[in-house]
Design a protein around this ligand. Structure first.
Ligand code: HXC
Length: 517
């Protein structure tokens, strides 16, 4: 009996060892020479040591011989669950050493199995993508297999966080799984995403372009906004995924974990009283304020290279994760344009879906004027941000630091669109138009008829600024709950978040709204 068990165990171990080798040592070497880690090495770095429990190591699916492919145990993807700092996550990692990580029926079934488990138990899904796309030999079955994954991505959206790492090729319709997930990481120079590759581009448009220039990490992090993070290599990429997971709850029924960074709640920062320049046209860096108020000055910025006129990211206040949205006066004067609106709208919706309170730091001169923006649909894109804020039921706080003008004032989480607490610094200017623009319109006749129009305009601008460009008219109306000293910002935010913790909003029944996409 003992001897039989020993044989069986040895046989099992041999099967496992074969499976662990994936496509074999030559292909593993090739993977390393390309500057990429293997699928198993990636999982080891992503998860807590020895926490990975694998499913379907020996799965091959239906006889591959029929499809003209060799059978590999595991079918080119490693799937299972493990922990990140003690919290459960589900993971799949595509193995490029097996048929280029291409996706066939069994490969997809393995991914779908862990996605189903993740939704049932309420744990994040992390996909490490490195694949030549649909397995050509499996034909339409591999297309159907993608569809199964896409459907699950959509059904899991807003239920559990979904994170994609693109760590190699990702082409064709395969890009739509990462696109639906909440956050996409890419690795510089070894990853790319495109709907059609350089060869098809050449045939159809006669353009010569490299994979990197068409859909590399730089393109998707700076221009298209498809990706949220770019990292120089696999190791740093996986470390950042762990960092991101620590800011998030495991599912939409939970709160994000509290992490005490031993930063006193009452801490004040007198330097903030001098942050905003006396000249309203002079710029400053909003990130100074962000790092000053957050616990331990720790901030994880989302899409730091895209639409830099708005800053989005995670930090902690009093240990609790918050989603921070801030205008950046140092880039395009902090104006709201189409890209900034869409970037912030998606972030607001993620936070709302996952019970993460929103803190908005506002210094916005308005929406970007001009035909380029109008023709590009700034009305539709700006409406997305408006819509996202209005529908958000998580605790919401805004601090107006300096400018809050026109429609942008309303859109940036104002009291009028269901924000809970609205503070302003004494430097805040809240009005329909900037002082000069307002004076030019309402005193046009007087200015034009005066002996010295330039001087009259200057005088009228000053008058308007004195009268309207301050926080006190809004405070009189109750649109601003309090005008606060800059140095007290951290403390006041945390006290508000504490009382808002039990906030509850009933929503009217409906299938879903119709956000202007
Ligand atoms: C089957 C594939 C494969 C695929 C690669 N391989 N892609 N096998 N189906 N889609 C195999 C190769 O034959 C090779 O096997 C091994 O993987 C490694 O590939 P190489 O070409 O040697 O590697 P490399 O030079 O690094 O090039 C990687 C690549 C290239 C750029 C991804 O392989 C490639 O262009 N593949 C085809 C990509 C493609 O057109 N996919 C379909 C996209 S459409 P051997 O045994 O020789 O080592 C799509 C639709 C999805 O995905 C729709 C969803 C709705």
């Amino acid at each position: 009996m003992q001897r039989y068990a020993q044989d069986t165990l040895e046989k099992l171990e041999a099967m496992r060892q074969k499976a662990f080798l994936g496509g074999g040592s030559k292909r593993i070497d090739d993977q390393h020479h390309k500057g990429k880690l293997t699928a198993r090495e990636r999982i080891d770095l992503l998860l807590d040591e020895d926490s990975f429990e694998e499913f379907d190591l020996l799965m091959t699916g239906k006889a591959k011989a029929e499809a003209g492919t060799q059978e590999f145990p595991g079918d080119g993807v490693i799937t299972g669950h493990g922990t990140i700092d003690g919290r459960e996550v589900f993971v799949f990692s595509q193995d490029f050493t097996i048929m280029g990580g291409s996706l066939g029926e069994a490969h997809s079934q393995k991914i779908c199995k862990i996605m189903d488990h993740a939704v049932r138990v309420g744990a994040p899904i992390i996909g490490l993508n490195d694949s030549g796309g649909a397995r050509i030999q499996e034909g339409v079955e591999s297309l159907a297999a993608y569809g199964e994954i896409f459907s699950r991505n959509v059904m899991a959206s807003g239920v559990v966080p979904q994170i994609s790492c693109v760590m190699g090729p990702c082409a064709g319709g395969a890009v739509y799984s990462p696109a639906i997930t909440d956050f996409t990481f890419m690795v510089d120079h070894t990853s790319y995403m495109f709907v059609t590759g350089p060869n098809v581009v050449k045939t159809v448009t006669h353009q010569d372009i490299t994979a990197e220039d068409l859909g590399g990490a730089a393109v998707h992090n700076q221009k298209s906004g498809v990706a949220h993070f770019a990292q120089p290599n696999d190791i740093l990429c996986l470390r950042e995924v762990r960092r991101l997971v620590n800011y998030l709850p495991s599912n939409n029924r939970q709160r994000a974990p509290i992490l005490d960074l031993s930063d006193p709640i009452e801490r004040i920062d007198p330097a903030l009283d001098y942050l905003v320049p006396a000249n309203p046209n002079q710029t400053y860096d909003m990130k100074i304020l962000i790092t000053s108020i957050l616990d331990g000055a720790e901030f994880m910025e989302i899409q730091p290279h895209f639409a830099k006129n708005i800053i989005c990211g995670f930090g902690r206040l009093g240990g609790q994760t918050i989603g921070l949205i801030a205008n950046q006066p140092a880039v395009l004067a902090g104006v709201l344009d189409s890209l900034a609106s869409v970037k912030a709208a998606r972030f607001v919706r993620f936070c709302d879906a996952f019970n993460i309170p929103l803190v908005c730091l506002e210094d916005v001169p308005g929406f970007m004027p001009g035909p380029e923006q109008e023709h590009g649909g700034i009305i539709r894109h700006g409406a997305k941000l408006l819509y996202a804020f209005v529908e958000a039921t998580v605790p919401r706080i805004t601090v107006i630091i300096r400018k809050g003008y026109g429609g942008a004032y309303v859109v940036m989480n104002s009291k009028h669109i269901r924000c809970d607490i609205n503070f302003a610094w004494p430097t805040a200017e809240i009005a329909v138009l900037g002082p000069k623009g307002a004076a030019e319109i309402i005193y046009r006749k007087e200015i034009n008829e005066s002996a010295n129009p330039a001087e009259t305009l200057r005088r009228k601008t000053d008058e308007y600024r004195q009268m309207h460009a301050n926080p006190f008219l809004a405070a009189k109306q109750g649109f601003i709950d309090d005008v606060i000293a800059p140095r007290d910002t951290r403390h006041r935010l945390i006290r508000s978040l504490q009382f808002l913790e039990s906030k509850h909003v009933d929503q009217p029944p409906r299938k879903h709204g119709n956000i202007p996409l």
